[in-house]
Design a protein around this ligand. Structure first.
Ligand code: NAD
Length: 267
C-alpha cells in the first residue's frame, strides 16, 4: 500500500517495490496519476492496481481497504507518502524585517489559519488515518509502516512553519507508533529526504536560464556532498527498512537521506 503513489517520490517507490516482486496498491487522490503509475508497472511485467484514495477521509480509506483485501489480500507494508506544503501556509519573507523590501509581502502575521490546518492535516493526520486502517491487517504478521519526514523535521526551513512542524510530528509519531506496535510484530520507521529536484520545486531551485536561485546556493552550501540527491537514492533505505531479515530489530528510527545536510552545522 503506497499513499501519494501518483507523485514523484512514491510513484518511483511503487515501481521499485513492484520490480522487487511486490504486489503494489497505488493509492492517490489523483486517480489519473495513480492509474499512470499502475499502468507503467503492469506494462513492465509487475503487479499493481490504482485506487482513488483520500488519506484524510476515513470512510473512503475503509472502502478502499475492502477493495484491496479482495484484490490482493491483507497489507504487509504501508508507505505513508501523501504529503506536501501549501502556499497559504508559507511566508514570503525569511526574516520579518525583509517585509519592508518585498511588495505585498505575506508575513507570519498573514498566514491563513485554514492553510496551516490543511498542511498539518495532510502530513500528520494523513499519516495517522491510513496507519489505523492498514495496520489492522498486520498484527502478528510482521508488517511494516514507513513514514516520510523531511529535513525540516530536524531544523525548520525558513518560510514553511506548518510543513516543518507537521514533519517533526511525523518523526515523533513514528517513535510513538513503533513503541505501540513493538510487541505486535509491526515495525514503524521513517525516512527524511534532503533536497531533490522535482517538477514541483524546480522553479524555486533554478532560474529560467538554468542557473541556481539564491535558495539553491544556500541548500548546496548546507549540503556537505555539494549536490542535490537523485530520487533513486531514496530506494535503498526503503528496501532495507521494510526487509524483516535485514532490519528486523530496527523500529522507531528516521534515516536522513540528505548528503550530510542534517549533520552539518554550516561551520
Ligand atoms: P508529489 O506532490 O509529487 O506527490 C504527492 C502525491 O500525494 C500527489 O500525487 C498528490 O496527488 C497526493 N495527495 C495529495 N493529497 C492527498 C490526499 N489527501 N490523499 C491522497 N493522496 C494525496 O510530492 P513528492 O515530492 O513525491 O513527495 C512525497 C512525500 O515526500 C511527501 O510526503 C513530501 O512531503 C515528502 N518529501 C518530499 C521531498 C522532495 O524533495 N520532493 C523532500 C522531503 C519530503
Amino acid at each position: 500500500m503506497i499513499t501519494g503513489a501518483g507523485g514523484a517520490i512514491c510513484g518511483m517507490f511503487a515501481e521499485k517495490l513492484a520490480a522487487a516482486g511486490g504486489k503494489v496498491a497505488v493509492l492517490d487522490l489523483n486517480g489519473e496519476a495513480a492509474q499512470k503509475v499502475a499502468d507503467k508497472i503492469t506494462a513492465d511485467g509487475g503487479t499493481a492496481k490504482a485506487y482513488v484514495a483520500n488519506v484524510l477521509d476515513r470512510a473512503n480509506l475503509d472502502q478502499v481497504h475492502e477493495q484491496i483485501l479482495a484484490d490482493f489480500g491483507p497489507c504487509d507494508v504501508l508507505i505513508n507518502g501523501a504529503g506536501g506544503n501549501n502556499p497559504r501556509a508559507t511566508t514570503d519573507n525569511e526574516f520579518h524585517y525583509e517585509a519592508e523590501t518585498i511588495e505585498n509581502c505575506k508575513t507570519f502575521f498573514d498566514l491563513d489559519k485554514d492553510g496551516v490546518e490543511f498542511v498539518f492535516a495532510l502530513n500528520w493526520l494523513g499519516t495517522l488515518l491510513p496507519s489505523q486502517v492498514f495496520a489492522a491487517d498486520m498484527i502478528g504478521r510482521k508488517g511494516n509502516i514507513l513514514n516520510i519526514a523531511s529535513m525540516n523535521a530536524y531544523t525548520p526551513l525558513t518560510k514553511i512553519p506548518a510543513y516543518s512542524g507537521a514533519k517533526a510530528a511525523i518523526v515523533n509519531f513514528t517513535q510513538w507508533l513503533a513503541t505501540y506496535f513493538a510487541k505486535s510484530d509491526i515495525r514503524v520507521n521513517a525516512i527524511a529526504p534532503g533536497f531533490f529536484v522535482g517538477n514541483q520545486n524546480r522553479a524555486l531551485l533554478f532560474k529560467e536560464d538554468g542557473t541556481p536561485t539564491p535558495r539553491t546556493e544556500k541548500i548546496l552550501a548546507g549540503t556537505p556532498m555539494g549536490r542535490f540527491g537523485e530520487l533513486e537514492e531514496l530506494v535503498g533505505a526503503v528496501l532495507f527498512l521494510i526487509n524483516n531479515d535485514a532490519a528486523g530489530f530496527i523500529t522507531g528510527v528516521c534515516i536522513p537521506i540528505d548528503g550530510g545536510y542534517a549533520a552539518y552545522s554550516g561551520v
